[in-house]
Design a binder for this molecule. Sequence first.
Ligand code: SAH
Ligand code: SF4
Length: 356
Amino acid sequence: MKKNILDLTKEELEREVSPKFRAKQIFQWIYQKGVEAFEQMSNLPKTLRKELAQKFEIALPKILNVEVSKDGSKKYLLGLADGHTIESVLLPMKKEERDEEGNIVKEAKYTVCVSSQVGCKVGCEFCLTAKGGFVRNLTPGEIVGQVLAIRKDNDIPANRRVNVVYMGMGEPLDNLENVAKAVKIFSDENGLSISPRRQTISTSGLAPKIKKLGDMNLGVLLAISLHAVDDELRQKLMPINKAYNIESVIQAVKEFPIDQRKRVMFEYLMIKNLNDDIKAAKKLVKLLHGIKAKVNLIYFNPYPGSPFQRPEEERVKRFQQYLLDHGVLCTIRESKGLDISAACGQLKEKKSGCAV
Ligand code: SAH
Ligand code: SF4
């Protein structure tokens, strides 16, 4: 079987071609010019094009379905080579603005929420992805391919600013090696040039892997799905807390190398009458003491049969105000794509009967 060339970092590709600079050209063709056949790489010698085509393919995931939300976000159901499906979401962050003559004065900005696994092992109570169990890790090319497929579908030019968040299906740190390669491929200067600072890895808190990620020095942003401030509740919501409790996660964050400009994001799912009171906010402030943190409050998004409820806006605002009053940066995540269940972590195919 042919290898997917999207799985390779430029350094790996350099080992496959001679002279080395051909790897740069191939990267430019694939990632900047969007070419999907080696034959079209006109500045490569014909023999090399043939060799490449014998050995490799340029395999993007297939778009099986797209749901467009009222706010413009789009949820993609993507088919992989072995028939498994994953989901990715395009979130337009800023709309394009034009002057009276139709010239673009402000470019649109996008964030793509990518999956890192088919399913997930972690098994959080509130998460739809967890319901289907774990199937397999995605390869680097399957992660990178999500952005390529979405960019192509929306005619997003290669030089347009795109952020990547690893907040789709799966636990990225449970597939660290492939995710790290994807980070490198995304950020390659001959490719999409998505700087690691525009890539956010979200984790349920695999403490030793947070350390490992730090040691790798990729320069990515870190997001922690915290969701609860005491171990008893967190354990109920996220079984992973039995292995790595809150203290161990906070410790790993404190040891994570961040430069002055960066901060760690803490995602906190607001669940009605469970973790949305001021007592919890107080504890959260204490917990984050000494960390350059930003808290992102997320409304729990209910689905049929879900054991939890969405809190009232007033309670979420009160929680946010408490944090702000106590010097903790805090935003409320806009319910982007809520009508199509495109909120990150909400991704599961409707066909499996768990329609949202
Ligand atoms: N596995 C990683 C990354 C994917 S989940 C992690 O858990 O961090 C991305 C986010 O979506 C997580 O913060 C998760 O808690 C959130 N999420 C999961 N289910 C949700 C739901 N029903 N409503 C709102 N957010 C949810
Ligand atoms: Fe996995 Fe994240 Fe869902 Fe938990 S919230 S089951 S870690 S995808």
